[in-house]
Structure formats: structure tokens, C-alpha cells
Ligand binder design. Structure first.
Ligand code: ADE
Length: 258
């Protein structure tokens, strides 16, 4: 595999920075730099990273510690369990990415939930800067002082922001030009039309006595489309009444996007 930015593969799609534009750029600040690229180094995202379709810069927050123990955290004022990441250390780390592109985001269960709409916005921008917390979190003052946006990937608590950062990057990177093999796929999948995705089938046509739905092997494109739409609507209605309500409202207003 060639080094990032050095090759112009024939597979580069229009808009793909492998054609020469500035690539979408992710800067990650973490106490565990070895956690990256993690799964982002695999498959389509990994190949896109290797050919320079997006960039990943990982910064070790501990490099900005100033005492001889290289400490990055301390006990919380007011008492309580755990440790809090120090504002001076985090601030110096954030300063090191001050000129990198994109919103400055702290992964935290307190943030607004990440949605496919936000993922699309991020993919349309120049990049993102992600601060991963550990322990009991980060001193609030540095989040205020730097105007950091918070972002949650779900209503549960992880032991740190690294896995959440990889979730955000995975969701965004696959939407970048030239990253996914089949450019048609995103429009079909869950959330892109405000519906969950219809079920998928492949060979063999009969498996353990279970047949593939007849419409899908009919060869009639209109029937296939209708079957898929009906299944997507049925699944959404049954499993996600919240999405279904929004979908219906949007359909009444003539807009099926969100
Ligand atoms: N850090 C810990 N829990 C998290 C969550 N649910 N989302 C984002 N970052 C987190």
C-alpha cells in the first residue's frame, strides 16, 4: 500500500481528494494513541486512509503534561470518586490542533446524540477535531474556554471517548467521496430516507427450507422497489415509532429527507 497522498489511483472518484484536493481531516486527542486507527485502518476506510482520501492525526494528550510525573489528571474538587483531566494539560493539547479544520468535539454521554443528519454535515465539512476523555471526564472550564461541542453516541457510559471517536469517524468517513465502492448505497440505507433499511438476501435462493421473497427474484424492478419500500416502512413502524412519526410528518409536508 502506498503512503498517504502519494498516489493517484485509477479508482479515485470525482471529489475524492486522491484527485488532488485537500483531504477531509480528523485530529484525535487521546491518552491512548495506540487505539488508533483501530478498525478505521481496515477495509474501505483503511484503504481510503492509505491512499489519502482522508487524513488521521493522533495526538497524545500526555505529551502536554508539564510536571515530572507527566500527570494529566487530579482528584475532583468537592470530593467524589475518580479523577478529572486537568484543564491546563487539555488546553495545551487543544492549542496544538487550533489550526486544524473542523468543529472541536468532546465525546461525552452529556452531549446531543449523534444522528445521520449530523454525520452528513460533518462529511460535507473540512474535517473534525475529537477530544477523548478518560476517568471522570475533563475540567469544565477548558470546555467552556475553548467553546467545545459535546457529542454522545448513545445513552450509555463508555470507559473513555476512544471507541466513541471511532464510531463518529467510521460513520463520517464512509460518506466521503471515493470511500465506499458503490456510490448508490448510502441513499438506500437506514436513516438516509428517514426509514430503517429493508431486509437483504443473497444466494442460495433456498437456505434451510427458507425462500427468498418472491418479488426479489421476479426480475421486475418496480416490484422490487415496491417490496423494499413496504418492508422498510413496516420495519420502521414496528421498531421505531419515533422515526415513523417524523417520516409521516415529512411525507405530509412533501419532504422525506428527515
Ligand atoms: N464517553 C463515554 N460515554 C460516551 C458516550 N455514550 N458517547 C460519547 N462519548 C462517551
Amino acid at each position: 500500500m502506498s503512503q498517504p497522498g502519494t498516489s493517484r489511483p485509477e479508482t479515485a472518484a470525482p471529489g475524492d481528494p486522491a484527485h488532488g484536493a485537500v483531504p477531509w481531516s480528523a485530529s484525535v486527542l487521546t491518552l491512548f494513541p495506540e487505539a488508533f486507527p483501530g478498525t478505521l485502518g481496515l477495509s474501505l476506510a483503511g484503504r481510503a486512509l492509505a491512499r489519502g482520501s482522508w487524513r488521521l492525526e493522533v495526538t497524545d494528550v500526555r505529551d502536554f503534561a508539564t510536571d515530572r510525573h507527566r500527570s494529566v489528571d487530579d482528584s475532583p474538587f468537592g470530593g467524589g470518586a475518580g479523577m478529572v483531566m486537568r484543564p491546563d494539560v487539555v488546553d495545551a493539547a487543544l492549542e496544538s490542533v487550533a489550526r486544524r479544520p473542523g468543529p472541536l468535539v468532546y465525546l461525552s454521554p452529556r452531549g446531543p446524540l449523534l444522528t445521520q443528519q449530523r454525520v452528513r454535515e460533518l462529511a460535507a465539512g473540512p474535517g473534525i477535531r475529537l477530544l477523548c476523555g478518560r476517568y471522570e471526564g475533563v475540567d469544565e472550564r477548558v470546555l467552556e474556554a475553548r467553546g467545545v461541542e459535546e457529542m454522545s453516541i448513545g445513552d450509555y457510559v463508555l470507559s473513555g471517548g476512544e471507541v466513541a471517536a471511532q464510531v463518529v469517524l467510521d460513520a463520517v468517513v464512509r460518506l466521503l467521496p471515493g470511500v465506499m465502492g458503490n456510490a448508490e448505497s448510502p441513499a438506500e440505507e437506514s436513516f438516509e430516507r428517514g426509514l430503517l433499511e429493508y431486509p437483504q438476501y443473497t444466494r442460495p435462493a433456498v437456505w434451510q427450507g427458507r425462500e427468498v421473497p418472491e418479488a426479489l427474484v421476479s426480475g421486475h424492478h418496480a416490484r422490487v422497489r415496491q417490496w423494499r419500500r413496504e418492508r422498510a416502512e413496516e420495519l420502521t413502524r414496528q421498531r421505531r415509532p419515533d422515526l415513523w412519526r417524523r417520516y409521516q410528518q415529512a411525507a405530509e409536508g412533501g419532504d422525506t429527507k428527515d
